[in-house]
Design a protein around this ligand. Structure first.
Ligand code: APR
Length: 349
């Protein structure tokens, strides 16, 4: 196991940081026999979960890529983890950007394009509604896809641990500090995703509303090598490249987000419950929040398609595990608080 660069120090009831702020880190885990869940199934123990959420006031959700999987966005590990021939994680570092900014921008421009094509699913809407109904709910999201925001999740109850694809920052983050929100697709002309190349005068083209972008995550689709001069530059310092506003491995998480989560955990009131939704819980500091919440009294409920993806500290007596698609399971879990989702947000025609 890789040692964490950050240490939390409990100072009476306050949670403070050691001198080093936590940086994004990956810690791979294999499930051992002691990690076997105190299994409960969705059908079997929904009632006991409902009793708990009905009486809860302070609830956290730690969300990962599985939350957006049924919106059609690939996850990082497993089947969706390879982009062309590259492990997605290997492209998510400042070193990769310094080495080949063109390739890293092609990867992130593709992810922006995919995220803009996708729509929020019932789990995003259910969590947004939970936030409106429960002032003590905070959603800690590792997702950078903007889908929770597009489901109108109240911003003060959504902590974007890993930033967002739709912030563009000057790569000289410390010096220039330029940043803007930007939904332009493609980010610049050189990053335009090649399309099917149908002759625009053909009958086939007349029946296509917009040309279909090719799936450039597949290495058999040729992509040009881009030079730094092809890429977006900072309009303020006019020297450095712009980069996506996501937190890369080895970088610090946004200070204001960390402060908000810390003060939530350090509150005198205990945490009643943490929902761990669609995350492999292998990236820190996010994965560590499950144990932090337990220490503040929280019960733990995991929603995942894979029963091998255990909470970072392993299973404990009384944990719930709900095996299934977050888009289906989450609205059922929170129904006692939010009621039935409306037809439009539940994904019904
Ligand atoms: N419903 C629920 N869970 C699902 C679904 C689904 N429809 N589909 C997949 N999952 C689960 C997988 O079983 C896995 O446990 O979602 C999890 C996705 O795990 P990862 O791909 O590791 O994504 P995540 O945990 O969000 O990664 C954390 O790592 O690469 C970095 O910064 C990136 O924010 C990301 C962080």
């Amino acid at each position: 196991m890789v040692a964490l660069q950050c240490q939390y120090i409990y100072n009476t009831s306050k949670l403070t940081f050691s001198r080093n702020l936590p940086k994004l880190q990956y810690q791979s885990r294999k499930m051992s026999t002691s990690d076997q869940p105190v299994f409960t199934t969705l059908r079997g123990d929904l009632a006991s979960f409902h009793n708990t959420i009905k009486t809860s006031k302070r609830v956290l959700a730690l969300c990962g890529a599985g939350l957006s999987a049924s919106s059609g966005l690939p996850t990082f590990r497993g089947a969706g983890g390879l982009w062309r021939t590259h492990d997605s994680i290997s492209l998510a570092t400042p070193e990769a950007f310094a080495r080949d900014p063109g390739l890293v921008w092609q990867f992130y421009n593709y992810r922006r394009h995919m995220a803009l094509q996708a729509t929020p699913n019932p789990a995003h809407y259910a969590l947004a509604e939970l936030a409106r109904k429960m002032p003590g709910f905070q959603c800690l999201s590792q997702n950078v896809d903007g889908l929770s925001q597009r489901a109108d999740h109240p911003r003060s109850q959504l902590q974007l641990l890993h930033g967002t694809l739709f912030d563009l920052l000057c790569a000289d983050k410390r010096g220039c500090r330029y940043g803007r929100v930007d939904f332009t697709d493609p980010v610049c002309p050189a990053l335009a995703i090649p399309t099917s190349g149908v002759d625009p005068t053909s009958t086939q083209a007349r029946h296509q509303a917009t040309p279909t972008a090719l799936d450039i995550s597949n290495a058999s689709i040729p992509l040009p090598s881009l030079k730094p001069s092809d890429l977006p530059h900072c309009p303020q310092c006019k020297t450095h490249l712009l980069r996506p506003g996501v937190v890369w491995f080895g970088e610090q998480l946004p200070f204001s987000v960390l402060e908000t989560v810390d003060s939530y955990l350090a509150d005198d009131e205990p945490v009643d419950l943490i929902l761990v939704i669609g995350t492999s819980a292998q990236v820190y500091p996010a994965a560590g929040y499950v144990e932090d919440a337990r220490e503040r009294g929280a019960k733990v409920a995991v929603v995942n398609m894979d029963s091998g993806d255990v909470p970072a500290g392993g299973w404990r007596e009384g944990d719930w595990f709900f095996l299934g698609d977050a888009a289906v399971v989450v609205p059922d879990l929170v129904e006692p608080v939010i009621g039935r989702l409306g037809r439009a947000t539940a994904g019904e025609a």
